[in-house]
Design a binder for this molecule. Structure first.
Ligand code: ADP
Ligand code: MG
Length: 389
């Protein structure tokens, strides 16, 4: 779907025109995402339920006659110019441009015939908050490069190539959830994602509720080592039960394995979260299909409680934010979202209560932590596509 022009697009067009001395020809956009439920399930071949958010990266573009790509960002300093090739050099002084270069290189490696172009971008997905501004930038970049070259690719393919750019070129080991959500999101829909088959099922988010994302301001420290440890425990649990992934395990099977001494108490608790979370995520999708926002909220609460007590990836800031949210009028459910140890919470809030909810949440959190809190109210947004200019 093409999104109509607005003030942000006008600002982007002006930025492009100022830099390059000529107006852009076209523009594209790709949204960030939030995961509603299904945490630490992706690498266990399980289920998650993300949706695209109403914040995006927008890129204005103009094809060139040569094989040069130039790019500038409204948010980040540094202007970059590079030649299209399968060995594009990184420049440590402009790290954000790696996302753009990585996408170009991956497309060329795939044999896509790109053309040079001038690009200018702007984004309102907060950088580094866990709402996946990086995936939004990658997916938008691929759309921009393809548009300049008049080439079309399927959304799933675009997501895979964006992930490869982040893995192989930028060097971040992310799964495909972020890029798929950004590329394939649908307005008013969350996406039940089967991480084994990568099949997406759109499920309607009921009318009358908003999704409220609250950034605790706590940046994730030590996350890599703890993340790797959790993954290893999940793998050990699956191996002890004779399967490759916890997707194929039941709570009963876990208990039996623990009773037989095949897994220790820590591994048991970690695996119990994953197995229960897969069930919760499928149940949550069923709640959405039935239009039952209240039951959905209860599952969000249960998800957080397991992430805190069994998987142990929350922290005082996340637990406090969730605790405050749950006590406020109109809140149907609240949980941490993302890998944990900091970052954001996500809450489901009745529309009529949102304003008061946001104000009260900010105030109560600020009274306990001296951290910059940011709250984003959103509905499920459309995935990447064209933008009118
Ligand atoms: P997240 O994906 O959670 O926002 P990441 O660290 O994965 O955090 O990605 C953030 C990086 O993406 C930024 O540091 C920057 O390099 C790049 N980025 C995202 N949006 C923009 C933008 N509007 N302009 C320039 N770079 C951006
Ligand atoms: Mg990212």
């Amino acid at each position: 779907m093409t999104v109509a022009a607005d003030a942000r697009t006008a600002e982007l067009v002006a930025f492009f025109t100022e830099i390059y001395g000529v107006a852009p020809e076209q523009a594209v956009r790709a949204p960030g995402r939030v995961n509603l439920i299904g945490e630490h399930t992706d690498y266990n071949d399980g289920f998650c339920l993300p949706m695209a958010i109403e914040r995006d990266v927008r890129i204005a573009l103009r094809p060139r006659e040569d094989r040069t790509v130039r790019v500038a960002s409204v948010q980040e300093a540094g202007r970059v110019s590079f030649e299209l090739s399968t060995a594009i050099a990184k420049d440590a002084s402009v790290p954000w441009a790696d996302y753009v270069k990585g996408c170009a290189q991956v497309l060329l490696e795939e044999g896509v015939e790109l053309v040079g172009c001038d690009l200018a971008l702007t984004g309102d997905v907060p950088l580094g908050s866990g709402l996946s501004s990086s995936a939004a930038l990658e997916v938008a970049t691929i759309h921009a490069l393809l548009t300049a070259a008049s080439v079309a690719l399927e959304d799933e393919r675009i997501a895979q190539l964006a992930q490869r750019a982040e893995n192989a070129y930028v060097g971040t080991n992310c799964g495909i959830l972020d890029q798929l959500s950004s590329a394939c999101g649908m307005e008013g829909r969350a996406m039940l994602m089967d991480c084994r088959t990568l099949v997406l099922e759109p499920v309607p988010v009921p009318d009358g509720v908003s999704v409220v994302i609250a950034d605790t301001g706590k940046r994730r420290g030590l996350v890599d080592s703890a993340y790797n440890e959790r993954r290893a425990q999940c793998e050990a649990g699956a191996a002890a039960l004779g399967v490759s992934h916890l997707r194929d395990v039941t709570l009963h099977g876990l208990r039996a394995a623990a009773d037989a001494g095949k897994i220790d108490a820590d591994t048991l608790r970690r695996c119990q979260h994953v197995v229960a979370e897969n069930g919760r995520t499928e149940a949550a999708a069923a709640c959405l299909r039935a239009g039952d926002a209240k039951a959905f909220g209860c599952l969000m609460d249960a998800s957080h409680d397991d992430l805190r007590a069994k998987f142990e990836v929350t922290c005082a800031e996340l637990d406090t934010m969730v605790g405050i949210a749950r006590g406020l009028d109109g809140c149907l459910g609240s949980r941490m979202t993302g890998a944990g140890f900091g970052g954001c919470t996500v809450s489901l809030v009745r529309d009529e209560a949102v304003e008061g909810f946001v104000a009260a949440l900010e105030k109560a959190y600020a009274a306990q932590f001296d951290l910059p809190v940011a709250v984003y109210v959103t509905r499920a947004a459309d995935g990447a596509g064209r933008l009118d200019i």
